[in-house]
Design a protein around this ligand. Structure first.
Ligand code: MN3
Length: 183
């Protein structure tokens, strides 16, 4: 992943979601004080959009690591859960990649721990907040908004997705899975 992309992505795009969330929460506070909820629909949408954008970007930075450390697991809690729920690491990667490549427009592929069923799920998110599985905790995510890859990969989302596996932070995902399972 090239430096210009990461600088823009973190410094402009992610920052805009943090600012957007703070501004929306402030407006909601003002609306409560005035007892004027005429903008409640727009503000509710804004909180979900910017809030989910912030959470997913924070996880996205943690979902990547140096190339040397991006080694697929061969044992451990994450490996066992992936084999149980997807059959193998390979079939997990195939489904996750397809989810990432086929998100309609801007969005995300997400690996999440779903506590009611005690299992892993691969989810697609449109924008940041649509198609959420309520209660599921994301433990690994891949941003497929064009701003995430356009400088290096132009319109080739598929190539970006396949290259991304080289810097996938499997160890971080395992740490987050262990925390999510204990909740
Ligand atoms: Mn992004």
């Amino acid at each position: 992943m090239d430096e210009a992309t990461v600088r823009l992505h973190h410094g402009k795009h992610h920052a805009a979601y943090v600012n957007g969330l703070n501004a929306s929460l402030e407006k909601l506070s003002g609306a409560r004080q005035k007892g004027d909820f005429s903008a409640i629909r727009a503000l509710s949408l804004a909180v979900a959009f910017h809030g989910s954008g912030h959470i997913l970007h924070s996880l996205f930075w943690e979902s990547m690591c140096e190339k040397e450390r991006g080694v697929e697991p061969k044992s451990g809690a994450l490996f066992e859960a992936i084999v149980r729920d997807f059959g193998s690491i390979e079939s997990f990667k195939k489904q996750f990649s397809e989810a990432a490549k086929t998100v309609e427009g801007s969005g995300w592929a997400i690996l999440a721990y779903e506590p009611a069923g005690g299992r892993l799920l691969i989810l697609q998110a449109e924008n940041h907040q649509k198609q959420a599985f309520q209660g599921a905790t994301p433990i690994l995510c891949l941003d497929v908004w064009e701003h995430a890859y356009y400088i290096s990969y132009k319109s080739d989302r598929g190539k970006y997705v396949e290259s991304w596996w080289n810097i996938c932070n499997w160890r971080g995902a395992e740490e987050r899975l262990n925390v999510a399972m204990k909740r």
